[in-house]
Write a protein that binds this ligand. Structure first.
Ligand code: PLP
Length: 419
């Protein structure tokens, strides 16, 4: 184990080494990474960088000491609620990301079920496509997960979910859209199911929260998913994804302030003083909150509509291009910005191994996440990929031809890592 240098090092030297360290990181700025980094363009970088400099050191743990951060949180939450058609009763908080928003929603549902219905062995009912963060939340907070297989089109099988709902159900989950194949669940049916037992209903719009409202403004057909749907109690929406803010910020919204109480923690019996905490964090960086505020102010609705138009052009083009290549296909009928690409079992000729294809694409600089079953390559398409889709499809066609009949021994799928 290396030890920290005793006498420290000059600024220039430190920064030079950090710069060097990044040499092997994915080169997202060239648009060849599908996910992880969301590039809203030069002026979005500029406004975020300046906001970051202003708020690098501020602490949102105590919003009495930093009233600007209370205002920033209130305003960003309010704008997001309005985008999601919430009324004045909707209340929420900023969190550090989608996972934390989901942890908050699951905890609130558990506490609500205990308080209102006396549930002591709470359960979550979710489709198998719901994000891994719900399993993390259940593991952390001691809920039983009832995981239900999805239909052939990868959307939630609500009839099957109905068989899993019972008097211990604290939360029923749907996604708009879900991550793996990017299709949207039937939120009205899921919310009605939750209501039938008095449970909470969470809509995971971590991906869709800053896409669907603008897709709707572009005249796309978007089936109901937001606070216009009766029975939806919480929604998560990640500003650090298609909201184009830098990492570390998401929104959790509750239908009412009363429901929001189930997520907060207040403690008055500590020698350190009265302690109130809205989410999972204690000390909270003001930086991502200020960046989110600045990026949203800078873009406005029109800016987001433009970015969404471009994103959907990219995704539609990618889907059409994949479908036109013999040997591969798109999984599910996703209409938005997520694309899962797999081998086409109905294709003529030698089969294509999706992971061997992923290796070949990576050699040409294209980075996809891998998932299974079935083995497939996942893309979160965004404005980041504007201007490269034609090149991508040319490389894709060449790679499909090159890997036909090849397989790779590496069958691992990695969405996140520990070290
Ligand atoms: C990204 C994502 C999450 C988790 O969010 P993090 O910001 O990675 O913690 C949850 N649900 C969906 C649908 C997502 O796309």
């Amino acid at each position: 184990m290396d030890e920290l240098s005793k006498q420290g090092r000059p600024v220039d030297e430190v920064i030079a080494e950090l710069t060097e360290k990044r040499a092997n990181d994915v080169k997202w700025a060239d648009g060849k990474t599908f996910g992880m980094v969301y590039d809203g363009g030069p002026s979005v970088h500029e406004v975020a960088e300046q906001a970051a400099r202003l708020y690098l050191h501020e602490n949102a743990l105590n919003t009495q000491a930093f009233p600007s951060l209370a205002a920033i949180q209130r305003e960003v939450v309010g704008w997001t609620s309005a985008l999601l058609n919430g009324d004045d009763d909707v209340a929420g908080f900023l969190t550090s990301g989608g996972t934390e928003s989901i942890l908050c929603a699951v905890l609130a549902a558990r506490k609500r079920a205990a308080a209102e219905r006396g549930v002591i062995a709470p359960e979550i009912v979710l489709p198998e496509t719901a994000h891994a963060a719900f399993h993390k939340a259940a593991d952390n907070f001691g809920l039983i997960v009832r995981k239900v297989a999805v239909k052939a089109d990868y959307t939630a099988d609500v009839d099957a979910m109905a068989l899993a709902v019972n008097e211990n159900t604290a939360l029923v989950v749907g996604s708009a859209p879900q991550y793996p194949q990017g299709v949207q669940d039937d939120i009205p049916a899921i919310a009605a199911l939750a209501q039938s037992v008095g449970a909470s209903c969470h809509v995971d719009a971590c991906m869709g929260g800053f896409v669907l409202p603008f897709a709707e403004r572009l005249g796309r057909e978007v089936s109901p998913w937001d606070f216009r749907v009766d029975g939806v109690t919480t929604i998560s929406a990640d500003i650090h994804k298609l909201g184009y803010a830098p990492k570390g910020v998401s929104v959790i919204l509750h239908r009412t302030k009363e429901l929001r109480k189930y997520q907060t923690f207040v403690f008055g019996d500590w020698l350190g003083g009265f302690y109130a905490s809205p989410n999972m964090q204690g000390t909270r960086s003001g930086l991502p909150m200020a960046c989110a505020w600045a990026v949203m102010q800078h873009l406005g609705i029109d800016g987001y509509v433009d970015l969404t138009r471009q994103t959907l052009i990219n995704a539609d083009k990618m889907r059409a291009g994949i479908m036109a290549i013999d040997g591969i296909k798109v999984l599910g009928d996703g209409q938005f910005h997520l694309v899962a690409m797999a081998s086409d079992p109905d294709a003529s000729g030698t089969p294509v191994d999706a992971f061997a294809l992923g290796d070949a694409l990576l050699e040409r600089g294209w980075y996809h996440d891998r998932q299974t079953p079935p083995d497939n390559l996942h893309s979160t398409v965004s404005n980041t990929n504007s201007g490269v889709i034609d090149d991508y499809l040319t490389d894709l066609e060449a790679c499909v031809a090159a890997v036909r009949g090849d397989t790779t021994d590496d069958r691992s799928t990695t969405y996140a890592t520990l070290e």
